[in-house]
Design a protein around this ligand. Structure first.
Ligand code: C2E
Ligand code: MG
Ligand code: MG
Length: 605
């Protein structure tokens, strides 16, 4: 049994029910078929369209339409072309059109079937997406993606005279935090406007995300890049505060610039500019820096060191130096501070300033810190076993913020104490003020305290802690930062700070240690004010454990009056030891105080 409908009927239903606009035109271009979807799409009824030229072909598309029709009449189907046509009321419609030749009974092509569909919405959505991908919604600047595309293009053309400037706003986070995102957004938009105004016509300006912006400078070259970037920064600064909602905001941009390299990728150039910006910020200079080879070397060194740090403990490349502290009242040796050094296979003995921050950043500080702790306790054990004078010697170990955040710290400390049989009161752990602001610091410190170890606040006066934190966390020792001690000889302000710190420290019942004592004047000043202890190059430099052995063997305490004579004898001693060359840190030194006759005070040669 065949179907109960005819093919003709089916075709009729398809043509008249279809949501696709279907029409047929003859060789002359006159409409022969016009379905209801055509009526809806173009606004012309079948009665109006039939027998006429296609009403939707506006004068602007007549030629193009005829070309299309002739191609189809020549026997080619054209599928899915996108064209603009006109609605009866004049607005234009984006169409997807397919055209197919129709044959008569003799096989000749006499007419053309058109199938059209409105894709205006889809097109608009695509355009919006493209806009979004290419432009930043808030500022109207280019998007990161578009910027990278342009940069790629510039690199592909080997335009080595082009350069990238990367910049961000130093104080933006504060504005956002204090005044809310609405104000923050307006500030960014205004800054973007300024940035666009200060660069040249052909330069591309993008917002890379957050408060980060980038400019692709065309044709600057190595000679003029500094001048061009300076001009941009000067103009941004000179523009003065940005006014948002009646309030003035000072915007401080920092930036870095890098030239495009013939061999570099866009990633590479952006990273270089970013590194330069980071260096500009790191130096606390604000402003901007242009990436150069030296910077590159420093970064490479940093990256390499960071990578090597992980294995340095296993490879036994670390050494602990010890620096003595003395009681100011009688010159007695009171303790030592463990100070790490890295015996690097290529670079020699590195001071902690070269690598501790890297170890902090990559997390290896936990393992390194544990190693120092054990090493220091083991050494104290050795001294206690071999020198009667070491029975009350205090061992100080520095803790970094990451260690304080780590859950293993208390465990590590108590394990080291037990393993080497160290009385907890002889171990002093030093933390800097900045650590105190961190979450969880309070808990970590009270856990340590419950073990019975001493806690010291290091580099006092340089961090951000408030005086309240001194009361909140119970410390045993306060170490006055050496920058203030250094100023005792020369600066009334520094002297005032030292005096105030000492009285604060005493009022709170803390043991006070002055760091970096390196002239006898400083020593006497501190001693007269009742400072308990001193540490510094004048009294003893950090050295290998053997240097402390010598001190422990000495039968007499350090004689300060002898020390003074020695420094006077040395004549030119007015200059501070802090002026000494860097490798002073790294040289294993003989203690300056083994006996009065061997006192050595550094002199600039
Ligand atoms: P710090 O704890 O304040 O240690 C004192 C620093 O001042 C030492 O530098 C010492 O050599 C230096 N110093 C002492 N007396 C004088 C002086 O009279 N003049 C001058 N110019 N400097 C003096 P060092 O050994 O380079 O250590 C620097 C910092 O590195 C330490 O400062 C400490 O914060 C950190 N550090 C050292 N060892 C470790 C460690 O094992 N772990 C952690 N987390 N940090 C450590
Ligand atoms: Mg310290
Ligand atoms: Mg210190």
């Amino acid at each position: 049994m065949g179907p109960e409908w005819s093919v003709d009927e089916l075709l009729q239903a398809v043509i008249f029910g279809s949501p696709l606009a279907l029409y047929v035109v003859d060789e002359a271009g006159l409409v022969q078929l016009w379905n209801p979807a055509c009526e809806a799409l173009f606004g012309w009824s079948a009665a109006e369209a039939l027998g006429r030229r296609l009403p939707f072909v506006g004068p602007e598309s007549v030629v193009e339409f005829d070309r299309l029709r002739r191609r189809v009449l020549a026997g080619k189907s054209v599928v899915n072309v996108q064209r603009q046509r006109r609605h009866r009321d004049g607005h234009s419609i984006e169409l997807s059109i397919s055209t197919v030749p129709l044959h008569d009974r003799n096989g000749a092509i006499r007419s053309v079937l058109g199938v059209s569909q409105d894709v205006s919405r889809q097109k608009a959505a695509e355009a919006a997406l493209l806009r979004e991908a290419h432009f930043d919604g808030l500022t109207g600047l280019l998007s990161r993606r578009r910027f990278v595309e342009l940069l790629d293009r510039s690199l592909a053309r080997r335009r080595c005279r082009d350069a990238v400037v990367y910049l961000d706003l130093d104080n933006f986070k504060d504005v956002n935090d204090t005044h809310g995102h609405g104000i923050g957004d307006q500030l960014l938009a205004q800054f973007a406007e300024r940035l666009r105004a200060v660069v040249r016509e052909g330069d591309a300006v993008a917002r890379m995300g957050g408060d980060e912006f980038a400019v692709l400078l065309r044709e600057v070259g190595p000679r003029t890049i500094h001048r061009v970037v300076r001009r941009i920064f000067d103009a941004l600064v000179e523009a003065g505060p940005v006014v948002v909602g009646g309030r003035e905001f000072v915007v401080r941009p920092s930036g870095g610039a890098a030239l495009c390299r013939p061999t570099g990728s866009s990633q590479h150039v952006l990273r270089s500019a970013d590194v330069a910006m980071y260096e500009a910020k790191r130096g606390g200079r604000g402003g901007f820096l242009v990436f150069d080879q030296l910077m590159q070397d420093a970064v490479v060194e940093r990256v390499e060191l960071e990578a090597q740090l992980g294995q340095a403990v296993d490879r036994q490349q670390f050494v602990v130096f010890y620096q003595p502290t003395f009681a100011l009242v009688d010159g007695r040796l009171t303790g030592v501070e463990a100070l790490i050094r890295w015996q690097h296979p290529d670079l020699g003995l590195l001071p902690p300033g070269r690598f501790i921050h890297l170890a902090e950043a990559n997390g290896s500080i936990i393992e390194i810190g544990r190693w120092v702790l054990r090493q220091a306790c083991a050494q104290l054990r050795v001294w206690q076993d071999t020198h009667p004078a070491a029975s009350s010697l205090r061992m100080s170990v520095n803790l970094s913020p990451a260690q304080l955040r780590s859950t293993e710290l208390t465990c590590d400390v108590s394990e080291a104490l037990q393993r080497f049989g160290i009385e907890p009161r002889l171990l002093q752990l030093e933390v800097t003020e900045t650590v105190l602001a961190a979450d969880g610091a309070s808990e970590a410190l009270s856990q340590l305290r419950s073990l019975g170890v001493r806690l010291a606040i290091d580099d006092f006066g340089t961090g951000y802690s408030s005086l309240t934190s001194l009361r909140r966390f119970t410390f045993d020792t306060l170490k006055i930062d050496r920058s203030f001690v250094a100023g005792i000889d020369t600066s009334t302000e520094d002297r005032a700070i030292v005096v105030a710190t000492l009285s604060l420290s005493h009022a709170l019942g803390l043991q006070t240690v002055a760091e970096g004592v390196n002239t006898d004047g400083q020593r006497r000043f501190l001693s007269d004010l009742g400072c308990d202890e001193a540490q510094g190059f004048l009294l003893g430099r950090p050295g290998a454990a053997a240097s402390i052995d010598a001190l422990l063997e000495a039968t007499e305490p350090l004689r300060f009056n002898e020390l003074r004579r020695a420094s006077i004898d040395a004549g030119t001693l007015r200059l501070g030891v802090s002026d000494a060359p860097l490798d002073d840190h790294t040289r294993c030194s003989t203690p300056s105080s083994v006996s009065p006759t061997r006192v050595r005070v550094p002199v600039r040669s």
